[in-house]
Ligand binder design. Structure first.
Ligand code: ADP
Length: 632
């Protein structure tokens, strides 16, 4: 039984390879977590860091609230199962299973009991006197599982345990490992490059690529809501079809135009309401993702569907109960090679598809995926970040979707019309603007609240549930972007990033020991920002020393990150000059010039001229600047 906390974990190998970057995850007790990704993505490195077989370059690993970065592997209460079984060939199965317990000097009768129990669970009781070479691959892997089980570990780590087995045995062992997980009631972390294994086994899956976590989610959510094109393509067989194209809003419809083909479909805007602003102008190129199972060639469905695309069929793969029809949405295209127009359609329809013939396929538009052409990130986030709203400003009042509110001084601008980008996290349900909540959906640890005003649907993201029906909102004006006429007012910068160093100072201190005063030399550590030294809290010094080599600690540069609320004006601290005040109505912020940059500081009252800023280091984020490693 164990929960694990992985905070900003990095692995930089001595040869400079950054195998794992900023891995953050909380793993609950009894979860079955799968790390999946192509070869070389860093999944084994991450697992080996959890096991203690590999040093953690930066970050913090805790098991049951105890930081274990420096705890020896044998003291972590973790058992690991490897792909190559790692059995001792000269020992019997019994002795292989008992080996770890003997090394721990466990009494013989207890060892015996545990070995028998494990071999029973794994169905290898009758092989206990055999040597590993007298057993099949599947049986050997059971022995190595047995060796892990007998230790009653808090966490079971499995590194591609089924890769050496044939397909049939792999399926069987998959089920056995799941049963084992249910029986042992402990936390499992399982590494595989096989997405089917990941999808069928994990309660949650971590998809990795090039050392970076791409997405952490349940199998179902990864399938339904892939966060980027890589995850979309990695999860599911056959791979999702990716086309290139554009989207153009046209009244209450959106025209989706497929590039390199004559295909286009017109979808109700309602279906695409969560699309990030800026992608519906008909110019910005996107990837359009459609799974093979979200298209159909069944004539009775196609005839009814308003969303049809022509496909020239190249060949068909019969899978028995279903077929994969390969084709192209470009009538001159070739369905044999992957391209921006090649399409694979999964079908259970029993008709004939003649190569070279053109058929109509219907698209399930509620299952479409869209990704940015450059970043390949989804442009339809589950939690939409922005509401793109048309607005007017008249005599200091902002009018949009039937709402009229007074603009605060910081956003004051001339009359005109334009638009506002209203972030979903800038809306809270504690104000006096009347709206109507039509839906509230829990997504991870947040709530997506859909509300309507002036006939328009908008989104807010909140930490607590909001009941349906009449509701009153307020707007956090410092987060909005307002474009009216020629004026563009950007959101307030909420990051206060100060640059500095970590210093060592030898100091003489007077100690009073049993009545005698003595001067002793002591080394103290300071966080230095613009020459102002702040005593470094013990835990911050420890984190910095744990992450950086002793040689580079005092020559490294750091970003000390705060928010406008975690720095304050004080009698001493970092010197700055007040340039002005941003008045957002409910809240006011000073714009303070500190050397070459301006930062925003929350203020209760008016302040001018020279000031000192006192940061609250207990609430700081700390980043090693050169390699961009997050320490806290
Ligand atoms: P995966 O398990 O996903 O296949 P690994 O965690 O084994 O990937 O490797 C991640 C990256 O780190 C790869 O680029 C690999 O070449 C590199 N790597 C792994 N082990 C070492 C090592 N001991 N020294 C240097 N580079 C390594």
């Amino acid at each position: 039984m164990a929960k694990l906390s992985l905070k900003h974990i990095y692995k930089v190998y001595p040869n400079g390879v950054k195998a794992v970057n900023d891995f953050c995850m909380e793993i609950a007790d009894k979860e079955f977590i799968v790390f999946v990704g192509p070869s070389g993505c860093g999944k084994s490195t991450m697992l080996r860091m959890i096991a203690g077989l590999e040093d953690i370059s930066a970050g913090e690993l805790s098991i049951d609230d105890l930081v274990v970065n420096d705890v020896e592997p044998k003291d972590r209460d973790i058992a690991m199962v490897f792909q190559n079984y790692a059995l001792y060939p000269h020992m019997t199965v019994y002795e292989n299973i008992a080996f770890g317990l003997r090394a721990r000097k466990m009494p013989n009768d207890e060892i015996h009991e545990r070995v028998l129990h494990a071999s029973e669970i794994l169905g290898i009781k009758e092989y206990l006197t055999r040597k590993p070479k007298e057993m099949s691959g599947g049986q050997r892997q059971r022995v190595s599982l047995g060796r892990a089980i007998v230790r009653n570990p808090k966490v079971m780590l499995l590194d591609e345990p089924l890769s050496n087995l044939d397909a049939k045995l792999r399926t069987q062992m998959r089920a056995e490992i799941l049963k084992l997980h249910a029986q042992l009631k402990t936390t499992f972390i399982y590494v595989t490059h096989d997405q089917v294994e990941a999808m069928t086994m994990g309660t949650r899956i971590v998809v990795m690529k090039n050392g970076f976590v791409q997405q952490i989610d349940t199998p179902k959510n990864l399938y339904l809501y892939p966060g980027n094109k890589f995850v979309a393509g990695f999860i599911g067989t056959p791979q999702m079809n990716f086309f290139e194209g554009t989207m153009k809003k046209n009244g209450d419809k959106v025209d989706i135009v497929f590039k390199y083909s004559d295909a286009s479909i017109s979808v109700p805007y309602e279906q695409l309401i969560k699309v990030r602003p800026g992608y519906l102008d008909g110019n910005k190129e996107v990837f359009i993702g459609v799974r093979a199972e979200d298209m159909t060639l069944e004539p009775s469905v196609v005839v009814e569907s308003p969303y049809k695309i022509k496909v020239v069929v190249s060949h068909v793969e019969e899978l028995g109960d279903e077929s994969l029809v390969y084709g192209d949405i470009n009538m001159g295209g070739d369905g044999y090679v992957e391209s921006s127009t090649r399409v694979i359609i999964k079908t259970t329809f029993n008709g004939e598809f003649v190569p070279g013939n053109v058929y109509e396929a219907a698209v399930n538009v509620s299952k479409l995926h869209f990704f940015d052409k450059e970043t390949e990130e989804t442009i339809v986030p589950r939690l939409p970040e922005i509401n793109d709203v048309e607005c007017t400003v008249k005599e200091g009042k902002l009018n949009f979707s039937g709402i009229s509110v007074q603009l605060p001084p910081a956003l004051m601008c001339g009359d005109g019309q334009g638009k506002m980008l209203l972030p979903s996290n800038a809306i809270s349900f504690d104000g006096d603007i009347k709206t109507n909540v039509v839906d509230c959906e829990k997504i991870s640890d947040k709530y997506l609240v859909s509300f309507e005003t002036g006939g328009r649907r908008m989104f807010a993201v909140t930490d607590t549930e909001v009941p349906r029906g009449e509701a009153h909102i307020s707007i956090d004006f410092k987060r909005i972007t307002l474009c009216v006429g020629e004026t563009i007012i950007e959101p307030m910068e909420e990051l206060v990033r100060l640059e500095g160093t970590f210093d060592k100072v030898k100091e003489k201190v007077v100690e009073n020991k049993s009545g005698t005063r003595k001067t002793v030399k002591k080394v103290n550590f300071y966080l230095n920002i613009n020459g102002v030294k702040f005593p470094s809290p013990e835990y911050i010094s420890q984190k910095i020393f744990a992450t950086l080599s002793p040689r580079s600690v005092f020559s490294s540069r750091f970003y000390y990150d705060f928010t406008p609320y975690t720095v304050r004006i004080a009698d001493s601290g970092i010197e700055g000059t007040v340039e002005g005040v941003s008045d957002y109505g409910k809240e006011k912020f000073l714009r303070v010039r500190v050397t070459d940059k301006t930062v925003n500081v929350f203020t209760e009252g008016p302040v001018t001229g020279k000031v000192f800023i006192m940061p609250d280091f207990d609430k700081a984020g700390i980043v090693e600047a050169d390699r961009g490693i997050k320490l806290i």
